[in-house]
Write a protein that binds this ligand. Structure first.
Ligand code: 4AD
Ligand code: MG
Length: 459
């Protein structure tokens, strides 16, 4: 074990104030100066709660103001005031860093303003809570898979293949972009690029995840993914984290069961382990938060064919901004109608038209749909996208050709269907979409420390 050089505020607040010596270190949230005593609310990030520091010697706190970083030595005692059980009676205060003209004040700031100073926002109550919950969710994801016999597979971030074939990718190159080498036709000659070919940041670890599943049986990825779509919405990031389990011998039913069990486990984990932070977010932003989380954990998700979903939307009498027609992709307004208005619980929509889904999805016998499954959540819309994978070499190759994709570039992927091919399925959970749901925050920019969105790569 490491030897602590200080007591975490979270631990100090749980111990009894019996006058014991204590050292706490952290950042001043506020300072109140009375006639004979000053009170400092100190936060060290270990909990949403501050510890109260009582100072009787004004000389100790003259250079201490909101935002300053200090070390306090003193006695932990039972508090006289009603708001906290214990407080620190300061004997000595060392100022590590003053904070003159500190931009964060106690009154609270708008989330928009805090985005502009994202380098400081972890020091606010809101972002402290969000970031602690984010950590808890990441831990719970690894725990869930480890406990269920899955292996964590690290898939590459730089790739030459476009797994989804849908969104634009960010190019990775060491060529001089102002004057790249060109072949005879005038096209850029990537043979002299770093990797000797055109490469990008990955949109998904799935294709390599499948290679892992066809050897280790049950794997998952958990890494950053990148999409250069110009979607300036509260639910899209250009850089986001995705969790992608991939499982040999799974069909559509098992894939849905895994998705539902996994989501419920994560939400229950948050309820069990992040109560203080959830209570704060509920009070500040979303009075329904924990009720909604508990609702999702206790409900069976609806499982519905895309075709039936379209019928429900068409006969809903609702006015939607985007058209509803068999063959068209659902927009988030449609997804949310099904979840929030019609069924009032999460919905797993399956068997989408092949034309609006990726090349690798298992084709149904009807010749027009594939074994896709999207999990739709209240407030979020699509939180998970997944499918059974086409394991038949002939059908998969035909689809690659049909879409004008290159068999040569996907040779390794196609080869897995040549040797020991197996039925398999998986899905991708957008980590920040999960975070939106669990925290009740409204904008995806507020559930990742440093968001990357169109025209924004600050910090
Ligand atoms: O539905 P998507 O595109 O599926 C895949 O990438 C598959 N390869 C997953 C798989 O089967 N292994 O993305 C999966 C999820 C979405 O449901 C959504 O939650 C999230 O990733 N997502 C985004 N999150 C934030 N910003 C974006 N731009 C996102 N695009 C997708
Ligand atoms: Mg999707």
């Amino acid at each position: 074990m490491i030897t602590p050089t200080r007591t975490l505020v979270s631990r100090a607040l749980q111990s009894k104030g019996e006058g014991q010596e204590i050292t706490v270190k952290g950042w001043v949230r506020s300072k109140r100066t009375g006639k004979e005593v000053s009170f400092i609310a100190l936060n060290d990030g270990s909990t949403i709660h501050n510890i109260q520091v009582v100072v009787t010697d004004e000389g100790l706190v003259s250079s201490v103001s909101t935002g300053a970083c200090i070390c306090v030595r003193g006695a932990l005692v039972a508090s006289q005031g009603g708001e906290q059980a214990v407080e620190v009676q300061a004997r000595q205060i060392e100022v590590y860093g003053e904070a003159v003209d500190y931009p964060l004040q106690k009154k609270g700031h708008s989330l928009e303003f805090l985005r502009e100073i994202a380098y400081l926002r972890p020091r606010t109550n809101t972002f402290g809570a969000v970031l602690r919950i984010r950590h808890a969710m990441a831990y719970a994801i690894h725990k869930y898979f480890n406990d269920n016999g899955f292996y964590y597979l690290h898939t590459p971030i730089i790739t030459a293949s476009d797994a989804e074939g849908a969104g634009a990718m960010f190019q990775v190159t060491t060529l001089d972009v102002a004057a790249p080498p060109r072949g005879e036709s005038g096209a850029v000659d990537y043979s002299s690029d770093f990797f000797g070919k055109h490469t990008s940041l990955t949109v998904s670890g799935q294709l390599e995840g499948e290679l892992g599943a066809l050897a280790l049986g049950q794997v998952y990825t958990f890494g950053p993914t990148f999409r250069a779509e110009n979607s300036n919405t509260p639910r899209h990031l250009a850089e986001f984290w995705m969790i992608e389990p991939e499982v040999a011998f799974y069909g559509l039913q098992e894939d849905m069961d895994l998705a539902e069990d996994f989501l419920k486990y994560l939400i229950q984990y948050a309820l069990d382990n992040c109560a203080d932070d959830l209570a704060f977010l509920e009070k500040m932003y979303d009075g329904e938060l924990t009720a909604r989380l508990r609702g999702v954990v206790s409900e069976d998700f609806v499982r519905l064919d895309y075709t039936e979903g379209i019928d429900i939307l068409k006969s809903s009498g609702q006015k939607f901004e985007f058209p509803v027609e068999w063959g068209l992709d659902l927009q988030s307004e449609h997804e949310r109608y099904l979840v929030e208005k019609h069924f009032k619980k999460p919905v797993i929509l399956v068997n989408y038209p092949a034309a609006i889904k990726a090349f690798y999805m298992k084709q149904n016998d009807d010749g027009r749909t594939v074994q896709a499954m999207d999990v739709l959540f209240p407030r979020i819309g699509e939180i998970i996208g997944g499918s059974v994978r086409e394991e038949n070499l002939g059908k998969l190759s035909a689809r690659v050709d049909e879409l004008g994709m290159s068999r040569d570039e996907l040779w390794w992927y196609l080869d897995t269907r040549r040797w020991g091919s197996a039925p398999h399925a998986g899905f991708g959970l957008g980590f920040e979409r999960l975070m939106l749901f669990v925290t009740g925050m409204a904008n995806i920019r507020d559930v990742i420390p440093f968001p990357r969105t169109p025209k924004n790569a600050e910090f």
